[in-house]
Design a protein around this ligand. Sequence first.
Ligand SMILES: [Zn+2]
Length: 89
Amino acid sequence: MKKCPKCGAEYTDATTLCPADGVALETADDYLIGKTLAGKYRIEERISSGGMGSVYRGTHILMDKTVAVKVHTLRRHVQLPRQASAARA
Ligand SMILES: [Zn+2]
C-alpha cells in the first residue's frame, strides 16, 4: 500500500506517482513498525518523513538502546546507525 503525501489517496505498491498531483507516493505509514531490520533494530515509530524517505525511532534489541533508522523510500534502502558510536556510549 502506498499513500500520496499531498492528497492522502491510497494506491497499490505498483503505483509510483499520484495521478492527481504528480508527486511521489510514500509507502504507507506502518509497514515497518514492529518489524526488526538486520536482525538488530526493532522499529517503534516514524519520527519524520520527507521526499527522500522517512526516519524511524527504533531499538537496538541486543543493547536495548534507542536509535534512529533512516529509510529511503524510493530506493528501499535502509541506512542503519553506526555501530562505533553506539559501542562507545
Ligand atoms: Zn495525490
